[in-house]
Unconditional design. Sequence first.
Length: 345
Amino acid sequence: MKTGREGFSPRMFLMFTLVTAAVFAICVSIGSVQIPLNDIAAFFIRIFNRTDISADNTFSKILSVRLPRVICVALTGASLSVCGGAMQGLLRNPLADGSTLGVSSGASLGAVIAIAFGVAIPGIPFAGTAIMAMLFAFISLLIILTLAYRLDFSLSTNTIILIGVIYSMFVSSIIAFITFFASDKVKQITFWTMGSLSGANLSNALVLASALVICGGVIMARTRELNAFAVGEDNARHIGVNVERVKLVIMISVSALIGVCVSIGGTIGFVGLVTPHMVRMISGPNHKRLLPACVFGGAVFLLLADLAARIVLNPLELPIGVVTSFSGALLFIYIFCKSGRGGHA
């Protein structure tokens, strides 16, 4: 029987849940218009009682816009953080995150092409951008895995990382090329590549939640194998892990989850890189605890970043990717310096 110390203990689960719920409530309450918590509670009660909320003209319209956004922010943060924690464990590289494979860049390329050439589906706003982003995410994964397999049949970590970095640079040049010629869409493309969830709705939240449950569930089911990777691929093979199969399953799941996140929120950096390092200080390196903690930690990190994006320059709103890049870079430098001091004899 597995002990609570091996997995995500009820005490740790309760702690993370309470912190996440508190931050979620604060983010729903604070904005360009402050909404008291008791009015938020009354709003939820009316929803659960199936009462017509349109009759309430004070805060209901604001909450009907702000709440879906906050939900999408939390789900995106959780998804990106889980992807980052899984990739760091899989590749045994502290600088790895969901974008290491180059899938995030590929998804961005698909979205930029959709914006620049006006790819759209009639009657469904942003559907063309979302579908193109997810499509190019999978195409990018196929290209990267094919190249890695041709160069190294064992799909070694160093080969995947090298091809992922080269592919990301190549895609960035294509995005720059398209942006240069799409002069009338430069502002829209630039804003999208900075990341924003300002237009998120409940349909987006449903898509994000479904992707997190399915892809995140597949990743969570491989925590034992990810722990085995920590001692090296050869040792993992010796204890019965099918290394190549596990790599493919996790990378495909990460790619799909990132593709969905990028298609809805644009490019949001540093969440998958920084958050796993932060929660690892609390949960430890065991992926049975680390990955569930990443779900909560990523949600909290992105919720706070989105809150800062909304209120720092109020009434102007910063792209959320700007806030995550700035705060994430500072946090990563702090974590790196702290671990560096601890690593010296």
